[in-house]
Design a protein around this ligand. Structure first.
Ligand code: PMP
Length: 285
């Protein structure tokens, strides 16, 4: 857990770090967030995360809580005060505190900003990468603008719990046509029998993952066969490899989907190589 949290201008010990009950994030999930990996005490891919944050804020017409330069200082200071070397930094911006009413509050309402940071459990992460993870598929019941990174994550929470209930670590969400959209908190990838990497193309039905975009750079730089398109659950069952990407897990091999082994049931060579090479392509600030 984060020991120190930045809350609207102050760095506070966890026990004192609180938001108002009429914060619109609490009342309406009227807010957005970002999670950046931290490596060697520095944020990874900060520029891309900040660009996506700006886009999420614009789409929802929430004002920027501070300038990008000031926000960068707060991220670094929160990392430093929590003594995070390898872990994550989390930031959340909501529309602010106002009497509970659905329409946007008046212009005087300032957005709320919270930033926390914590170290990984490195042993657990390495074990997951070495063993690979199991995934289960569930219907994608989310709203139609999941390209905006909002804190409205209840369907993702339910999907993740459904995975846990079945002994899996991630849920893959499936659209009405039987095609995988993405993971509950990751982007979904397969590698076909003939060695082609496949991940769904960008649109309003998936989050434009930062890790996904860096992996695409890596895949292109290495000249691997790659196609951006939707794939079905059946294609995933028949894949040679599968994996997920996210800032907190980088590249994590998937070895079972709905109880069926993928490939030979062990982490794939390509997924493992992408995980190993990732930070040569990421921007470490
Ligand atoms: N899709 C969803 C639904 C997510 O929650 C996440 C992680 N925040 C991702 C994809 C991966 O995005 P990123 O690589 O930027 O962490």
């Amino acid at each position: 857990m984060s020991r120190i949290a930045y809350v609207n201008g102050r760095y506070l010990p966890r026990a004192e770090a609180k938001v108002a009950v009429e914060d619109r994030g609490y009342q309406f999930a009227d807010g957005v967030y970002e999670v950046c990996e931290v490596k060697g005490g520095r944020p990874v891919d900060e520029r891309r995360h900040m660009a996506r944050l700006d886009r999420s804020l614009k789409e929802l017409r929430i004002a920027r809580p501070m300038s990008p330069a000031a926000l960068s200082v707060v991220l670094r200071e929160t990392i430093r005060r929590n003594r995070v070397t390898d872990g994550i930094v989390y930031l959340q911006v909501t529309r602010g505190v106002a009497p509970r009413d659905f329409p946007f509050p008046g212009n005087g309402t300032r957005p709320s900003l919270v930033v926390t940071a914590r170290n990984y459990d490195p042993a657990r992460l390495e074990q997951q990468a070495a063993e690979g993870i199991a995934v289960v598929t569930v219907p994608d019941i989310r709203w139609q603008r999941v390209d905006i990174k909002t804190v409205a994550l209840l369907p993702n929470v339910l999907a993740k719990q459904a995975a846990r209930d079945q002994g899996a670590r991630e849920a893959w969400l499936v659209d009405a046509q039987g095609r995988v959209t993405e993971g509950a908190s990751s982007n979904a990838w397969i590698i076909t029998r003939d060695g082609k990497l496949i991940t769904r193309g960008l649109g309003q039905d998936i989050l434009s993952g930062i890790t996904r975009s860096v992996v695409i750079d890596l895949v292109r730089a290495q000249g691997l066969a790659f196609e951006e398109r939707a794939f079905t659950v059946e294609e995933a069952y028949a894949a040679r490899e599968a994996f997920v990407t996210s800032a907190s897990q980088i590249v994590l091999p998937v070895v079972r989907i709905d109880g069926r082994p993928i490939g030979n049931g062990a982490p794939g060579l390509i997924a493992s190589a992408l995980r190993r090479d990732y930070h040569r392509y990421a921007e470490i600030g």
